[in-house]
Design a protein around this ligand. Structure first.
Ligand SMILES: NC(=O)c1ccc[n+]([C@@H]2O[C@H](COP(=O)([O-])OP(=O)(O)OC[C@H]3O[C@@H](n4cnc5c(N)ncnc54)[C@H](OP(=O)(O)O)[C@@H]3O)[C@@H](O)[C@H]2O)c1
Length: 259
């Protein structure tokens, strides 16, 4: 039988982000700062987005490559459009937009979660990501990549985090819908779902013996995620090696969802 599958002269480099033009929201600290370093070290140009300009400038100073600092609120549609326009003005286009900005301000059951807090979490984590995706899709061309930072808590909630879990579960549905809507434009849409990483957002768990023990107890690898564990998933989904992957969730959790 003749083998009809073509063998290319070379295969795309897994995680190769050289020369990619990348927006990272929530880049001023925590996971977004790790991603900024990883993409910059990988030869990408990065636009750093968060509300606090001084923090973004400090991150930009640390990076080996060139970067843009764009401060603003991801819940502001006009700001997202301005970020997209800035990438076109500065770089001539945009390849990757990582919707990573997120909040988790309460640890409380429903009766103690004020509806305004519920709305704020959904507004930043879900609507903010939609507004970013919408702005990105306007300027991206064939080969564009949208990547959302979800969470294992979107699939396996823990007590007191219902609004957060709802927002992260919502991201998965949104990514799947957008993957369908944007497939004909050659743009892929995927979610990276981290487990527990030691960032300012997770301080409450890290600093509490009881909550911290719960994290380790539910993580089969018995450790927190480290910066070196995180970026590969994003770089793979941003690279030319993942062209046929869309509408999926890539979990990076030390086995949390298994236990
Ligand atoms: N840490 C974990 O274990 C973990 C696990 C799973 C998923 N995640 C997700 O990973 C993402 C990053 O979390 P993290 O742990 O790195 O949190 P973090 O350390 O608190 O950082 C959050 C980032 O988002 C920015 N941000 C917050 N609200 C914003 C807004 N309205 N507009 C623009 N930027 C905003 C913050 O900067 P400003 O305050 O200056 O705006 C900061 O750069 C979040 O989506 C989070 O849900 C984290």
């Amino acid at each position: 039988m003749p083998d009809l599958i073509d063998i290319p002269a070379s295969f795309a480099g897994v995680g190769d982000v050289t020369d990619k033009r990348v927006v990272i929201t929530g880049a001023s600290r925590g996971l977004g700062r790790v991603l900024a370093h990883a993409f910059s070290q990988g030869g990408a140009r990065v636009a750093l987005v968060a509300r606090t300009e001084t923090d973004l400038k400090a991150v930009a100073e640390e990076l080996p490559g060139s970067s843009l600092v764009l401060s603003g609120d991801v819940t502001d549609g006009e700001f997202n459009e301005a970020v997209a326009d800035a990438t076109v003005a500065e770089w001539g286009g945009l390849d990757v937009w990582i919707c990573n900005a997120g909040i988790s301000p309460v640890l409380a059951g429903p009766l103690k979660t004020d509806p305004s807090v519920w709305r704020e979490i959904l507004e930043v984590n879900l609507t903010g990501a939609f507004l970013g995706a919408r702005a990105a899709a306007r300027v991206m061309r064939e080969g564009g990549r949208l990547i959302f930072t979800g969470s294992v808590l979107g699939e396996r909630p823990r007590e007191g985090l219902t609004a957060y879990s709802a927002s992260k579960a919502g991201l998965v549905g949104m990514a799947k819908g957008l993957a369908l809507d944007l497939a004909s434009s050659g743009i892929t849409v995927n979610v990276v779902a981290p487990g527990w990483f030691d960032s300012p957002l997770a301080e409450r768990w890290k600093n509490s013996p009881e909550l911290g023990a719960g994290v380790l107890g539910h993580t089969p690898q018995r450790r927190w995620g480290e910066s070196t564990d995180l970026a590969g998933a994003y770089q793979f989904l941003a690279s030319d090696a993942s062209t046929f992957i869309t509408g999926t969730v890539l979990t990076v959790d030390g086995g949390y969802l298994l236990a």
